[in-house]
Design a protein around this ligand. Structure first.
Ligand code: FES
Length: 119
């Protein structure tokens, strides 16, 4: 059995496996979060990148010099492909960071910068 996820159900959403013969999918509560200011739905505790993928988002950051798009690569926290700005903090590995209600997730441009607190 499959389950559709994604606000609006429009293009870009994917079908998720709902039941599996040997794996147990325990999902948290459905929550709202924000990607580049756009409201999206996900499940609390799932990796941020998984929630974005389910909402049709494939580009998480762009490289500093060439501005090339990057998304999932290893999906186990061992590279830097999924770096994003989460709640104002750059370089967060979204493939291993659990989603929380109301999170502000932003595309990371370049290497990211930490606010100096003077703004
Ligand atoms: S995709 Fe490699 S660390 Fe997230």
């Amino acid at each position: 059995m499959v389950e559709k996820q994604g606000p609006g159900g429009g293009s870009g959403t994917v079908e998720l496996i709902g039941e599996h013969p040997i794996l147990d999918f325990q999902r948290g509560e459905k929550v709202l979060f924000f990607f580049d200011g756009k409201e999206m739905e996900g499940y609390e505790g799932e990796p941020i990148a998984m929630a974005l993928h389910a909402n049709g988002v494939r580009v998480y950051r762009e490289t500093e010099k060439e501005h090339r798009p990057r998304g999932f690569f290893c999906a186990i926290g061992k590279c830097s492909s999924c770096f994003m700005v989460v709640d104002g903090v750059p370089n967060v590995r979204t493939c291993i960071t659990p989603l929380k209600p109301g999170m502000q997730v932003e595309t990371q441009h370049g290497n990211g910068s930490v606010p100096d607190g003077k703004d």
